[in-house]
Ligand binder design. Structure first.
Ligand code: 6R9
Length: 647
């Protein structure tokens, strides 16, 4: 833990929404009187029917419930669009920056409102009603935000699937939530490379369980010829003929807004379900306060809308706040390593929010591609997705931020809907590598493996002992799995799956996942998913996936594969298995290394001992710990020998 302290710059604090004393006072109030605190905060958005009831939550299994603002009614899209029209109709809502640096577009609130209404009417014309599911499988183009908001406008539940996921992963997500409509594009384009989105949809729709899909709307992005079947229609043709007026549906605060699939430690990805009122209050409040957003800011969160960060801080938070949000189609190093900063200068970005993996990749390219651009518009930097190592933090601060911009290291999860632990930039001094202190209403605690709460400076499992408005409400279609996953390990408390330290100042330092979830370049992957992809290959008998240290990705994917008897371990097969996993899950799941394993270390009850496999992958053979409970300790020796034969 780096104990270096970066004080809030005085000039920043002077203009900030909140200073340290404000944070202390409001935090105390938020945990002492959550009803009163949130009753006030909930008024930041527009309600069609104001709420009288604020918080009704219990994590106790026998009496489990999570409801917020639950007698209120609202429309999320109207909050992101209509209510800004009088004051901000001509203000830019979205700045779209294309993959090709010559392409960009500015969309005002008025234009966005029209496009959303047309898309909403198009969905209605296809028979989509409140509560129906719509899968969105798009590149980072304005239509992605338009489609999300169109769903919100009519009360349909969107499920955005990241464009980097394979046809198989897409099929699983379509089938799980029973979508009736898919919105996709002919192709995506990232870093100059094309992504065959429509073709993936066509393959996905041959999979069992996907016959729920009645219509596919296809946005023309690259203009390549794609087959159009009876169920397919061009997005533009359907939307452009629709009326630009679509009255927003009245939605209960606890009606679903979206499903977003995320990996857990077991089984297939879970459909994390978020509802409308609490989510929007939380996304907009955290966006305003964590990023200290003001009217003239240009806010750029580089995340894809396929992840929760894109939902809350590209679309819902910024638009609910009437801010200008940047949507970036490309990647950090295309056409060159200066792309972020070139685009910052082009659009005069004032707040920049990205992931440690991107910072580490750019750090490797040196300072020149950064220094080449002025970046003088930036006043605040943010980080999200994984722990940021202090070296990367310092580089981000010194090189990108010219040592003048605070950094907010924001810890949160798909399940939490918004940021839970982070500095407020005008209020809380930063320490490189620490997410610092909890946001309003958030009650973190550290417990040991038996669930005992640990006080003071300590280390253990990170839990949350009370609800906050942005919390997920259930796993779509499987409420038992929701309770089982998050509330059983430490009964009565929400288990994050993360480990954390707390220092003498009460600052939190997230140490990473303590379950079987890998965080690869800020993306969550379950070891179980990778293993099940591998064993579905005809030559694989058994597989175990673990994380290993990786310079850029933070964690790399290291897999041990046992082949079916008689199969030969060859380099060609290694390449084939890598491609297999890419095809089954998507490029983000590509194994970094495959080690052949004649056998896997197991306990006598047959459980794979991943702890040992992690140590071998990391080349820490001297720290294997107790292996006496293994069924066959000789397996370990052979794996270590094999591992030591390479660098
Ligand atoms: C928002 C998002 C969640 C997991 C989470 C944790 C890791 C995210 C972090 C961080 C340390 C941060 N994580 N932010 N770890 N410091 N600032 O990333 O959601 O994709 O669901 O991942 O990411 O391990 O549990 P999601």
């Amino acid at each position: 833990m780096s104990q270096k302290i970066y004080k809030v710059p005085e000039d920043f604090a002077a203009l900030a929404h909140l200073r340290n004393a404000d944070y202390q006072r409001l935090y105390q109030e938020s945990v002492r009187d959550p009803q009163g605190f949130w009753a006030r905060m909930g008024r930041r958005i527009d309600w069609i029917q104001p709420y009288n009831k604020v918080k009704d939550t219990s994590f106790d299994e026998r009496d489990f419930r999570i409801r917020w603002f639950y007698d209120g009614k609202l429309n999320v899209a109207a909050n992101c669009l209509d209510r800004h029209l009088t004051k901000r109709g001509d203000k830019t809502a979205i700045i779209w920056e294309g993959d090709d640096p010559k392409l960009s577009e500015r969309i005002t609130y008025r234009e966005l409102h029209e496009r959303v209404c047309q898309c909403a009417n198009a969905l209605k014309s296809l028979g989509v009603k409140k509560g129906d599911r719509v899968t969105i499988y798009l590149p980072m183009i304005p239509e992605a935000a338009v489609a999300m908001l169109a769903c919100a406008r009519i009360g349909a539940i969107h499920s955005v699937v990241f464009g980097g996921f394979s046809a198989d992963s897409l099929a699983g997500r379509i089938a799980d939530c029973g979508s009736s409509v898919i919105i996709t594009a002919d192709e995506g384009i990232r870093g100059g490379k094309r992504i065959a989105l429509k073709s993936n949809v066509d393959i996905a729709l041959t999979a069992p369980g996907t016959d729920c899909v009645k219509h596919v709307l296809v946005v023309k992005r690259t203009g390549i010829r794609v087959p159009m079947y009876a169920r397919d229609q061009w997005f533009d043709e359907v939307a452009s003929t629709q009326s630009k007026d679509c009255p927003p549906e009245t939605i209960d605060a606890e009606d679903p807004l979206f499903i977003l699939y995320t990996s857990g430690s077991t089984g297939r990805p879970k459909g994390v379900l978020h509802t409308s009122g609490g989510y929007l209050v939380y996304a907009s409040l955290t966006h305003e306060l964590v990023f200290d957003v003001r009217e003239d800011d240009v806010f750029w969160c580089t995340a894809d809308v396929g992840w929760v960060t894109g939902h809350s801080y590209v679309v819902y938070g910024p638009l609910a706040n009437g801010a200008t949000t940047v949507m970036f189609e490309g990647v950090p190093n295309y056409p060159d390593a200066g792309r972020f900063w070139q685009s910052v200068d082009k659009h005069k970005v004032t707040i920049f929010y990205t992931a440690p993996t991107a910072i580490r990749a750019l750090m490797r390219e040196g300072e020149e591609p950064v220094k080449h651009w002025s970046r003088k518009s930036i006043r605040l930097l943010g980080s999200v997705g994984e722990p940021i190592n202090p070296e990367a933090w310092e580089w981000y601060h010194r090189v990108v931020g010219d040592s003048r911009c605070p950094i907010v290291d924001t810890w949160w999860q798909t399940e939490t809907g918004g940021i839970l632990i982070s500095p407020l930039p005008g209020a809380i001094d930063q320490k490189p590598g620490s997410a610092t202190l909890p946001f309003f209403g958030v009650k973190p605690a550290i417990v040991d493996n038996e669930g005992q709460t640990l006080e003071g400076a300590t280390e253990g499992n990170l839990i949350l002992s009370d609800s906050w408005p942005g919390q997920m409400r259930t796993v779509f279609g499987d409420h038992a799995r929701f309770i089982e996953t998050y509330f059983k390990t430490f009964p009565g408390r929400y288990f994050t799956g993360d480990g954390a330290k707390r220092d003498e100042d009460g600052y939190y330092w997230i140490t990473g996942r303590v379950d079987d979830v890998l965080n690869v370049a800020g993306h969550r992957l379950g070891t179980a998913e990778i293993e099940s992809a591998l064993v579905s290959h005809s030559k694989v008998a058994e597989a175990a996936a673990v994380g290993c240290p990786h310079d850029i990705k933070g964690t790399g994917i290291y897999v041990y594969v046992t082949l079916i008897a008689g199969e030969q371990p060859t380099e060609a097969l290694r390449a084939e298995l890598r491609d297999w996993v890419r095809k089954e899950i998507g490029p983000i799941a590509t194994p970094d290394f495959i080690q052949w394993a004649p056998g896997l270390p197991k306990t006598r009850s047959g459980k794979i001992m991943r702890r040992i496999l992690r140590k071998i992958a990391a080349n820490e053979h001297d720290q294997l710990g107790d292996i006496s409970t293994l069924a066959d300790p000789a397996v370990v020796e052979s794996l270590v020998r094999e591992r030591m034969n390479r660098p």
